[in-house]
Design a protein around this ligand. Structure first.
Ligand code: F6P
Length: 350
């Protein structure tokens, strides 16, 4: 395929590793004399045409940077398809884009899939999200960085929880899937891990906390890790506001406060909460996420150079593969029940 210019965009919540993808795709394409334009702020850039030239020179130092140098947004072109899809096609024309690389989570990749299927826009997807909830890939970049932030926080919180003999409820991100909670909780040695995939039984949680304390005098504190998307039997989701984003996602946050109140009431243990929130999305990517981002970026660029569209790059085992976009967006990848069982067994008090 005789390519001249390729567009790249990053959509949805940012995460560490996005710049690694951008940098490596630019390298591979520029080396083949293909220009790369970064569309600014995700799909919004495809509607406004706002873009920046990306070159090996201006992307050579971005590998360790968190966030995304081309910006992101939760703009959904299908919110008003009649108006937006012609605009998007016009941008392809006016910027003379021969193909697009869309880097994003389920929402961004869902749009990419529809644009490929319904409009035949030549597009390749790259999965990203700290939530690690995209199907067909073992891991998304951003997840490892987020887990390490959460684990470090738990390590720190343990010392203060222990000094005061308190329960510390640590709330991590994860709308529909408890991957961060499970990994960070395991790595940080929590007493209880609560994920959206499992209904919460508050009495069982309190019994576990008491048993942990009873088994050893040294263990006179508790760490509970809870994913933001957990629903308590007693209540609904903890919403930050009634507003929804353009994809219909609610803004979550604060379930740890309700949980802490219940724990304190039922156990009599003094309880505090910490909501890690966007701390988990910020900062420099881990080595794992940098390497995964570089590998994803290279493979996405290769697909584009080969003229193979409608695919998403993915990590399966230790191999980078490509899968049809529709496979990646078909359903959310929730926590592997075997992994969760391992966590439950590991932390079960004897
Ligand atoms: O990108 C995924 C995510 O970090 C979720 O874990 C979280 O619920 C959401 O984004 C927060 O979105 P925003 O940055 O728009 O508040």
């Amino acid at each position: 395929m005789n390519l001249k210019c390729v567009g790249i965009l990053t959509g949805g919540g940012d995460c560490p590793g996005l710049n690694a993808v951008i940098g490596s795709a630019v390298r591979k394409l520029n080396k083949q004399n293909v220009r790369v334009l970064g569309l600014l702020d995700g799909w919004k850039g495809m509607l406004t045409g706002d873009s920046m030239e990306l070159t090996m020179e201006n992307t050579s130092e971005i590998l360790p940077l968190g966030g995304t140098i081309i910006g992101t947004s939760r703009t959904n072109p299908y919110k008003d398809a009649k108006k937006n899809i012609p605009k998007l096609k016009e941008t392809m024309k006016s910027l003379q884009l021969d193909a697009l690389i869309a880097v994003g989570g389920d929402d961004t990749l869902g749009v990419a899939n529809r644009l490929w299927k319904e409009e035949k826009i030549p597009i390749v997807g790259v999965p990203k999200t700290i939530d690690n909830d995209i199907s067909a890939t073992d891991f998304t970049f951003g997840f490892d960085s987020a887990v390490n932030v959460a684990m470090e926080a738990i390590d720190r919180l343990k010392t203060t929880a222990e000094s005061h003999h308190r329960v510390l409820v640590v709330e991590v991100m994860g709308r529909h899937a408890g991957w961060i909670a499970t990994y960070a909780g395991l790595a940080g040695g929590a007493d209880v891990i609560l994920v959206p995939e499992k209904p919460v039984d508050i009495d069982e949680v309190c019994t576990l906390l008491k048993r942990h304390r009873a088994r050893s005098k040294a263990h006179n504190y508790n760490i509970v890790v809870v994913a933001e998307g957990v629903q308590l039997k007693e209540g609904d989701f903890a919403k930050l506001s009634e507003k929804k984003d353009e994809f219909g996602n609610i803004y979550l946050g604060g379930i740890s406060n309700q949980l802490a109140q219940l724990i304190e009431q039922k156990t009599g243990f003094e309880t505090r909460t910490v909501i890690l929130g966007h701390l988990q999305r910020g900062g420099t990517p881990t080595a794992f996420d940098r390497v995964l981002g570089i590998r994803f970026g290279m493979r996405a660029a290769r697909l584009v150079l080969e003229g193979r569209f409608g695919y998403m790059v993915a990590l399966q085992g230790n191999k980078i593969v490509e899968v049809p976009l529709e496979e990646g967006v078909a359903k959310l990848k929730t926590v592997d029940p075997n992994l969760y069982e391992t966590a439950v067994e590991y932390f079960r008090p004897f």
